[in-house]
Design a protein around this ligand. Structure first.
Ligand code: HEC
Length: 269
């Protein structure tokens, strides 16, 4: 009964506010109480650890994300939202279209099986350990292997807040709905901003940065940031894709960003 009340309460809040509603995720023990089911084990090929052909498997503990969304937002979450944002402590924002959850199975996990730490460390000698908590969104890319191509896109970690939005109206990019616009949103705007829209990992406007770098510099950077800046906070993009597709995608993104008109929208004083 309390679960249902909570759901209705949150939904009311969301409907009453003209802005998209933000909901802080409860702590793990509270989450267990809300979902009222034992956590499940989910084995994935961990995209944050993929290096070349090596595909490490990791087993996590968590809940099917639909169970969590229902517990936190109420039964109508799917019809109420066109898109769900998963916001991370470090400024990463993943915008996930609601219909994607019908297409693919996702889990919100909070622990690694057989491990006290909830973090990841790649085998690279100077690799930093990535802390994943409080929550990490993972996808069943073993049973749905077409997900592997997308790498770590849509795998936000350190998630502590979700925001549901009815339609991505405030998004100046997706209005155009051209292929590169959608790709930009999907792959880059989780960390970057364009015209004030997007994540907070890098505060410089990505279109401005692109214009400054030029075509060659942009390609070199996006395909392998750490070859230019060894401690870069940006991962090499689209590593799961065949090389020609990767290059074509980077070329589309370059032309799209380079041709974007400059807008004087600056949210950062
Ligand atoms: C996981 C977060 C993340 C994602 C996803 C991401 N970036 Fe970045 N990017 C960064 C960070 C952080 C920087 C700042 C430089 C640094 O510290 O490494 C950066 C810097 C850049 C720069 C500036 C380089 C320079 O020399 O000024 C460009 C251009 C860029 N990113 C393009 C892209 C494109 C295009 C995409 C999508 C295909 C993308 N990024 C996706 C985190 C990300």
């Amino acid at each position: 009964m309390t679960i249902r009340m909570n759901g209705i309460f949150f939904l009311l809040l969301l409907l009453l506010s003209s802005h998209a509603g933000a909901v802080l995720l409860p702590r793990v023990d509270e989450m267990k109480r809300l979902v009222a089911e034992p956590p499940v084990e989910i084995e994935v090929i961990e995209p944050l650890l993929i290096e070349g052909k090596r595909q490490p498997h990791v087993v996590y503990l968590g809940y099917p994300v639909e169970r969590v969304l229902r517990a936190v937002l109420g039964d109508q979450w799917k019809t109420a939202a066109a898109e769900i944002e998963f916001r991370a402590l470090d400024g990463y924002v993943s915008h996930i279209p609601t219909e994607r959850f019908d297409q693919y199975r996702a889990y919100l996990v909070f622990a690694k099986k057989h491990s006290r730490g909830f973090n990841l460390k790649s085998r690279a000698p100077d690799a930093k350990s990535i802390s994943l908590g409080p929550y990490y969104l993972v996808w069943d890319n073993i049973h749905q292997p077409d997900l592997i191509q997308e790498g770590a896109t849509y795998w936000p970690y350190q998630v502590n807040e979700i925001v549901i939005s009815k339609a991505p109206e405030k998004n100046p990019v997706s209005e155009a709905l051209s292929q590169p616009a959608r790709e930009l949103e999907k792959y880059c705007l989780s960390c970057h901003r364009v015209n004030g829209y997007g994540g907070n990992k890098s505060l410089v406007d990505l279109a401005e940065q692109t214009k400054m770098l030029g075509e060659k510099g942009f390609h070199a950077w996006v395909l392998d940031p750490s070859s230019i800046k060894p401690d870069s906070g940006m991962p090499a993009m689209f590593e799961g894709m065949p090389e020609p597709d990767r290059k074509a995608l980077v070329a589309r993104l370059f032309h799209y960003l380079n041709d974007l008109p400059r807008k004087q929208v600056d949210e950062h004083p």
